[in-house]
Design a binder for this molecule. Structure first.
Ligand SMILES: NC(=O)CC[C@H](N)C(=O)O
Length: 227
């Protein structure tokens, strides 16, 4: 898999993502926010951080970066787009995922490891969570992680299986405890928890590994079908 990790000014989880992807054997490259063509990549990753200082609203400035046109083009061709934390915030601002990430219900930055329920195991990003564990644990680190959307959108997300992760308990006031969603087509995901920080036994948590195994399996299956 050829993977691009986008570096916006203010990204700070870019190296974590790079490290995790390399660990899974991906051919990873950093790509700046000025890039205009991502067609050489199988998947693109928008990492966590504070792009453009989180000014205005998180992700509100980054969505105008030149690379976002290329990210949109990738998504339109069915390639995988992953936004973690600030990446999720950017994808909603760009209109690539519905809804919005707002300030946590109790204002403040939450840095914790939380229990999550995987609500859809059939996605491009969760198909390898096969050991039937109902909950996993992943780190979170955000001040603006409260997912909101209007009632019709939330209903549509549930009906289409686009809600992929929910918090097992209410951590930030997100509607229906939503922690991660996909687009309708299922090739774009945004999630507030950080799977890339949970891939090392040494660091005490490997619950993020099946996330990467899932997307690798998805890409390999696609390549086999196309070959
Ligand atoms: N870890 C991150 O991506 C930080 C997310 C974001 N800027 C926030 O505080 O909400």
């Amino acid at each position: 898999m050829k993977a691009a990790v986008i570096q916006f000014p203010g990204s700070n989880c870019d190296f974590d993502m790079y490290y995790a992807l390399q660990d899974f054997g991906a051919d990873v490259q950093f790509v700046t926010e000025k890039a205009t063509d991502l067609s050489a990549y199988d998947a693109v990753f928008l990492p966590g951080g504070f792009s453009y200082g989180d000014y205005l609203r998180t992700g509100a400035v980054a969505r105008f970066a030149p690379v976002m046109t290329a990210v949109q083009q990738m998504a339109a061709t069915g390639k995988l787009v992953v936004g973690v934390c600030n990446g999720f915030q950017i994808l909603t601002e760009a209109g690539m995922l519905p809804g919005q990430l707002m300030m946590n219900q109790t204002p403040g930055f939450i840095c914790d490891e939380v229990k999550l329920t995987i609500t859809n195991r059939q996605t491009a990003f969760t198909n390898q969570y096969i050991d039937a564990k109902t909950t996993i644990k992943l780190p979170i680190a955000h001040g603006e992680g409260r997912y909101v959307a209007d009632d019709a959108t939330v209903r549509m997300l549930h009906e289409n299986g686009q809600v992929v992760f929910t918090y097992a308990t209410d951590v930030n006031g997100s509607i229906d405890r939503i922690a991660g969603i996909t687009n309708r087509r299922g090739n774009v995901i945004g999630l507030m928890p950080h799977p890339e920080r949970a891939v090392e036994t040494l660091l005490g948590n490997t619950d993020g590994r099946p996330f990467f195994e899932s997307l690798l399996a998805t890409i390999m299956t696609k390549e086999t079908v196309e070959a």
